[in-house]
Design a protein around this ligand. Structure first.
Ligand SMILES: [Zn+2]
Length: 201
């Protein structure tokens, strides 16, 4: 049975979402703004990135250079979520929420800034693509692989994560047997787009 009010609400939701997206998203119109670097250069930039904001700059650069899409003004929050969740983007907001608990576990177990950076890159890239209007999970997964492969090469850690899942670098971490830390307050990463917040010192 057709329900008008339900239908109307749905349409309004889509309309508002479209307007919201055009306010923030820009397509790079031609190649002049794209500045693709070699896989080696992207790789060493990611390996050496200090904190969320430097990884974030690489997420934005690689998406611009491969897909020609860009969005500004995103904000990053850290929260302790169930360990099966890496991150999420609430639709209709500028926010990305990263799972602080799982990042700390990966840091603690791998003790490798390179692996943690690849892990954070993949999580942020996935949510950024949602924020650019790519909603279906299957579309986002294949775009994550495309951006990773074209930017970092097929054999890079980020491409491996994109192809085989985040668990592929966490094979030795028994996530199911680790109890997450007790829930702390949500934290905003200040100046996410500008300065860094180092997570490995
Ligand atoms: Zn998703």
């Amino acid at each position: 049975m057709f329900s008008f009010s339900k239908h109307l609400n749905m349409m309004c939701g889509i309309f508002i979402y479209d307007v919201w997206l055009t306010l923030y998203k820009t397509n790079v119109k031609d190649d002049e703004e794209r500045n693709p670097l070699s896989a080696q250069t992207y790789g060493s930039k990611l390996d050496e990135a200090k904190g969320f904001s430097e990884v974030w700059e690489l997420v934005k650069d690689t998406v611009r250079d491969t897909l020609g899409e860009r969005r500004v003004g995103m904000m990053l929050f850290l929260d302790d979520l169930p360990l099966r969740v890496g991150a999420y983007h609430p639709l209709g907001t500028n926010n990305i929420v990263l799972n602080r608990a799982i990042i700390e576990i990966v840091e603690g177990v791998t003790k490798s800034k390179r692996v943690v950076n690849a892990f954070v890159y993949t999580l942020l890239l996935h949510e950024y693509l949602h924020a650019l209007g790519h909603i279906p999970e299957s579309e986002v997964y294949s775009l994550v692989y495309q951006v990773s492969k074209e930017s970092f090469g097929e054999h890079s850690t980020v491409s491996q994560i994109a192809r085989r899942g985040l668990r592929s670098i966490l094979e030795n971490i028994p996530l199911d047997h680790i109890s997450p830390p007790s829930k702390r307050a949500v934290e905003i990463v200040r100046d996410f787009d500008k300065t860094s917040r180092a997570y490995i010192s």
